[in-house]
Design a protein around this ligand. Sequence first.
Ligand SMILES: [Zn+2]
Length: 198
Amino acid sequence: MDQDKLLDLFRRSGALLEGHFRLSSGLHSPGYLQCALVLQHPDQATALGAAVAERARALRPSVVLSPALGGIVIGHEVARALGVRALFAERADGVLTLRRGFTLGDAERVLVVEDVVTTGGSTRETMQVARAAGATVVGAGAIVDRSGGTAQLDVPLHALLAIALPAYEPDRCPLCAQGFAIVKPGSRPQPVRDGNVE
Ligand SMILES: [Zn+2]
């Protein structure tokens, strides 16, 4: 699955939005990716999972671990393609943790899988969950790396699509400076050139 085909898939699914967005991190960006809109089609989820698995197979992972919620569907599909378990970590009192009886042994080779890597923060946090359980993190996989290569991980990151979507601190956002109305993803995004600042 090459980058052009993937970008086309995202556009057709309405999953790649261009405008002026407030990300969950609080940063502003001209682009937003909603992978759930691609993954809502199970055949597409399976194909994307197989493609991530193909890139990560040489790492010989024995289990996939994903952060909830965004990583669960793609993590499950990557694990299906690799023939390994699919676990997810979720927040309890603000701390990412393994619940529901999920366990990781110290002989496990963990592949951390996410939908989108933005800064690498949640990937690193998920890696820490695996390491705290005594397992070895052999790599990370994602559908999209939108960090422009700036996500600092100490394991290989295999992403199907690398796109550099800038993210700005609100007080340094050029889109705010140009008066583009901002939208929160989930609402209907329409870049508006009416000169109003949020
Ligand atoms: Zn802005």
